[in-house]
Ligand binder design. Structure first.
Ligand code: SF4
Length: 142
């Protein structure tokens, strides 16, 4: 399995967690259940703009989707990431993980599934993709 295939596979865990979060929210509010994935997409765009547009390997991004989106955005100068640059990843992962917690706490099954899937995806990322990643400035690189 190529690194790029693993990147798409690992990203699908985040999408699956988002779907589970949305399903849990839908038990109480269909409107919020629709707004949650839209918020995830919006914060993901901010993530890619503040982080991936500075990446030296975005054309061959091992996470694929991030690099493709970064490719249609204006390139930013490469170098160490500042606090501003880290706002995007923080916003995206913060929103993805924290926003649905209020509704997930209503169902232990949704709660366990959400965290199991999200953490598994992040573990796959960390174990297979962060090691030796070509983005030498990325703080997650090992
Ligand atoms: S390798 Fe990382 S920083 Fe570079 S484009 Fe892909 S996800 Fe973004």
């Amino acid at each position: 399995m190529s690194k790029r295939s693993i990147g798409v596979f690992a990203f699908s865990f985040q999408i699956a967690a988002m779907v589970i979060g949305s399903m849990a929210i839908a038990q109480s509010s269909v409107v919020v259940a629709i707004l949650y994935p839209l918020g995830c997409i919006a914060t993901f765009v901010v993530f890619v703009y503040t982080f991936c547009t500075k990446c030296p390997i975005r054309d061959g991004c091992i996470h694929v989707v991030h690099g493709m989106l970064a490719g249609i955005m204006p390139e930013r100068s490469q170098g160490p990431y500042s606090v501003f640059d880290m706002i995007g990843p923080g916003l995206y992962f913060g929103f993805l993980a924290v926003f649905p917690q209020y509704w997930l706490l209503d169902s232990i099954y949704y709660l366990i599934a959400f965290w199991a899937i999200l953490l598994t995806g992040l573990a796959v990322n960390s174990a297979t993709l962060c090691r030796g990643c070509g983005n030498v400035n990325c703080p997650m690189r090992r």
